[in-house]
Write a protein that binds this ligand. Structure first.
Ligand code: FAD
Ligand code: NAP
Length: 313
């Protein structure tokens, strides 16, 4: 029986692992199906984590030290995809891909979120063949070539800036004329001569052939004019969906209270409506969607798990 099962190894899950194990729990496992570090490992930069300010370090570099530190106090790693969490009497059953199950006295769900698809024609056909959601992973393929970026949030503008140092030109297509990105991020993009902002516009179609993407058709939503942009890289940054499926029972109902946007409702202790089930990071209601706040949530959840187990004993 695990003292605590932590699901998801991003900033929230890693910090929860650090606090539970360093706080004395002996039997804690972190279930992470992918790269340790979570979404930020896909970022080309991080400049708003207090105490860390190095423009030459990527998100992956940044999380490297977290992995070393958070596993230092006895946290175990199960490289497995969790399929479901179920409360069985006083404890939890965690089912993973392949049919295995684990029992745990407490669970902290930190499964975060994944990039959304925008839904234009050709997006799925050319995904991985010209259409990408990761500039650090795929930007280099377009060295000295023009690329298109879709979206008007922090991710789109930050990643456009990153791409502008590799690619000849970066065309940022945004559906409104106001940007959601933070003002300094937008200003920096505006000042870069090879970033071109195309507002009030959407991608109508991505087209190409067996070799991959050849171009995109951009539609101005005010005039309906279509512009043909012939370039082979399109980066889509249109937000994220929360990964909440592990909290569904076999009938498809959530096992704890959720918001109407599918986020987990927690109190200030990161405790859900189910005793012993905690949630931290981007998956919880009103998450600021920042590394620093996900880590803060993870520390709260870790400390609360220790208190909860002390009360049970
Ligand atoms: P995540 O980081 O999403 O981690 C969740 C983890 O759970 C993932 O590793 C995933 O593989 C795992 N997982 C999911 N489902 C399962 C399952 N069923 N079984 C096992 N494992 C599972 N924030 C900032 O503060 N500053 C920035 O500069 C910044 N830049 C960003 C740039 C980009 C490109 C992106 C995408 C995000 C950025 N963010 C930034 C936001 C920040 O990365 C997130 O807020 C933060 O990572 C959330 O942490 P988390 O631990 O809640 O979830
Ligand atoms: P986001 O803030 O939700 O922005 C998504 C953008 O995509 C919006 O501009 C939106 O347009 C547009 N969009 C959505 N659906 C679309 C569609 N189908 N077609 C075309 N455009 C579409 O997402 P994000 O930029 O990934 O950021 C997610 C969270 O992480 C945010 O809270 C953000 O602050 C945080 N984050 C922070 C940092 C940082 O702190 N440095 C960096 C990256 C991310 P509208 O504006 O019209 O809605």
């Amino acid at each position: 029986m695990l003292d605590c099962a932590i699901i998801g190894g991003g900033p929230a899950g890693l910090t929860a692992g650090l606090y539970t194990t360093r706080g004395g729990l002996k039997n804690v496992s972190l279930f992470e199906m992918g790269v340790i570090g979570g979404q930020i490992t896909k970022s080309s930069e991080i400049e708003n984590y207090p105490g860390f300010f190095d423009a030459n370090k990527t998100g992956l570099d940044f999380m490297d030290a977290w992995e070393k530190q958070c596993f230092h106090f006895g946290l175990k790693h199960e490289r497995k995809k969790v399929l479901s969490v179920e409360k069985t009497g006083e404890h939890f059953t965690i089912s993973v891909e392949g049919g295995e199950t684990y029992e745990a006295l407490t669970v902290i769900t930190c499964t975060g979120s994944t990039p959304k698809r925008a839904g234009f024609e050709g997006e799925d056909d050319f995904f991985g063949r010209g259409v990408s959601t990761c500039a650090t992973c795929d930007g280099f393929f377009y060295k000295n070539k023009p690329v298109t970026v879709l979206g008007g949030g922090d991710t789109a503008l930050e990643e456009a800036f990153f791409l502008s140092n590799i690619c000849s030109d970066v065309y940022v297509v945004h559906r409104r004329d106001e940007f959601r990105a933070a003002p300094p991020t937008l200003d920096r993009a505006i000042r870069k001569s090879n970033i071109h902002l195309i507002t009030d516009s959407v991608i109508d179609e991505a087209y190409g052939g067996v070799m991959g993407l050849d171009g995109v058709k951009i539609k101005n939503t005010k005039t309906d004019t279509i512009t043909d942009m012939q370039n082979s890289g399109l980066f889509v940054f249109v937000g994220h969906n929360v990964n909440n499926s592990i909290l569904k029972d076999p009938q498809g109902n959530f096992i704890c209270d959720m918001s109407d946007r599918g986020q987990v409702i927690v109190n200030l202790s990161m405790h859900t409506s189910v005793k012993g089930l905690f949630c931290a990071g981007d998956l919880r209601i009103e998450a600021p969607k920042q590394v620093v706040s996900a880590a803060g949530d993870g520390s709260i959840a870790g400390l609360q798990v220790i208190s909860y187990l002390q009360e049970l004993a």
